[in-house]
Design a protein around this ligand. Sequence first.
Ligand code: ZN
Length: 211
Amino acid sequence: MANDITQLIERNKVWAGEIASKDPSFFDQLSINQRPQFLWIGCSDSRVPPNQITGSLPGEIFTHQNVGNLVQLNDVNCMSAIKFALEELDVTNIVLCGHYGCGAIKAILDKSAEGLLKKWLEPIAHLYQKNKAEFADLSDDLAYKKLAELNVIAQVNSLCRSNSVLDRWANDKKLDIYALIYDVGNGFLKDLGVNISSKADLFEFQRSAYF
Ligand code: ZN
């Protein structure tokens, strides 16, 4: 049977052996502590694994993933991850990454989300309703892409309103926030041109962006 748990464990043995053969002290050093430079907030989609698509090793990226890469101020899970990353790990960069081909985005545009998923994805549905006019002339493919990008921008705005982020800037500690989109069709990340590193940047961003 392909991809069963035995296969995962076997692949893990091979992977750990390869890492240790290149750097025998790798796991010893990582077991002492973690010092990631990045918090990555992204979608749970199996095609968008943060470490793999950025060629990063364990210890480099602290991650929080959920369906649709949402940052909701009342989501204890997401807020705890941000707080831990900024206050305990002293992470200095946050990447908000959405992706093309996102099932969450498609579920909103196709109106196919049901039950709990429909409830979870409400922020994306509201975002679409607010900007519906922008989608009038778009093909389905372009509409999926546009809503995925719009959603990243909206989630960056939400992220910047979290207490942990605002406290960090208020205390004059370095924190850069970036917005990226990953294309599952070619493996490339696209920079959406957002770099917010202060409350002043945030005001500028909120003036220019539409949510
Ligand atoms: Zn997705």
